[in-house]
Design a protein around this ligand. Sequence first.
Ligand SMILES: C[S@@+](CC[C@H](N)C(=O)[O-])C[C@H]1O[C@@H](n2cnc3c(N)ncnc32)[C@H](O)[C@@H]1O
Length: 501
Amino acid sequence: MTLWRIGYSARLLKTNRFRTAASNTSFPAVWMLLAQYSGRVPGLFVVVKKNNFFTMPETVEDKANLELYLPHPEVRGMTQLNREAFKRTVVVPVLKVKKEIVNTLLKSIKHMILQRPGLKRVVEDPEDEDSRLVILDPHKISEFSLGESDQEVLKQLNVHPEVSKYNLELTYENFKSEEILRAVLPEGQEVTSGFSRVGHIAHLNLRDHQLPYRHLIGQVIIDKNPGITCVVNKTNIIDSTYRNFQMEVLAGESNLVTKVKENNITYELDFSKVYWNPRLSTEHGRIVELLKPGDVLFDVFAGIGPFAIPAAKKKCCVFANDLNPESYSWLLHNCKLNKVGHKIKAFNMDGRDFLLGPVREELSRELPLLKEEQKTSFHIVMNLPALAIEFLDVFRHLLAGEPCSTAGLPTVHCYSFSKHDDPAKDVRERAEASLGTSLDGRCSTYLVRNVAPNKEMLCISFQIPAEVLYKRPCPDGAIPASKRVCSSRDFSEAKVELKKS
Ligand SMILES: C[S@@+](CC[C@H](N)C(=O)[O-])C[C@H]1O[C@@H](n2cnc3c(N)ncnc32)[C@H](O)[C@@H]1O
């Protein structure tokens, strides 16, 4: 039986530890030892004409295949990242080829080449400086021998279809973040390498069992995602008035002022102080798409301006409001940044006051001037899904006493969460209760996104019914108009009044 050994593996046999074991052992057993020991020593050994010599025990091959995706087992439980500890050596198939034809060969055998992050496809041949070793994927080379069609391709390129085994050293750089985290975190527990990205910030929402590893998780995310230099974890649920959440910086710089691009518009913001959700970009775009130049947009809960700024860019006239003074100042900043300051009036007040004040004033000034043939539309966006429906009662009697104009009844786009079996029905019914009228056949509901299992975010859109907007308040002057609940009788009276006017 002949055996060629090339490189470090051959030298291994000379070490004391191996000499003792090998001298008392049959050949296959030596190979087992080599394979086991090869976990530490890179090198190449040839097993050509496999049938003439021997086959590597299948268990070793299977193990090697798996090990391609498993960092060294010692890393389990690590809480401080030690990149060196991830190293391991695996046995992979290689093709030995003359260096002049490497590029041509690579194109023809792309499908067989081992792909790992940061891994070189071609390495020096330690035995022959005119040759190179092309690293193949053991999953594609069954039992370390080439299929007929692959052999044919190699023959055409004048390459001897001979597969050798090579001890490949994998390092931290060659593993994906999920593989790294799966190797570190307790076995059988959920591993997440998912995050939302806001500029240079990765934002995580870790589970309790992941918390002891949070700094390591943060560092792995920075290492594996170019452009991310700060990782934060949410430390409370998003229940603050301003819809931002407390966060802990897990790794990287503690700079939370960042720049994002959404639908081709750039925004700057302090992620620790204002609301920003990259998952809303499609929804922002959808609403802005409904607007035409010259339309008027009232954005009641505007944040830093993702509806307001693109609408102003589209030459709409925009009134944007947010109660959070930080959102308000970033909104002003972004208006300047995008050169739309002249198209946006910004406010820093409660949404209810904004509707009862600037919105009411603007509508009562502009609506009576509208002619039927005029194309201007008025839109009111209310993106505060946890609460916005409760603000809809403000529209009752908002323009009571004003000359009634049905030409430009404003369209409301109001957001809400729902955990109901029929979320559209649920949102419509709650909107109806708040407005005090039926929206049957007069509204549309749009499913924006699934927020959590069994929790949807929806947008209900409707033109404010004239009988809601223009109806006179109930004859109960003691209760403020925006707080009062009227009976359905009041609304049928309002309809009659409207018909008369
Ligand atoms: C869900 S965020 C939406 C922000 C922005 N429209 C967007 O789509 O990204 C809701 C915003 O409403 C603001 N807000 C919360 N309560 C408010 C209130 N009572 N009046 C006005 N703004 C309020 C928060 O500060 C936050 O910026």
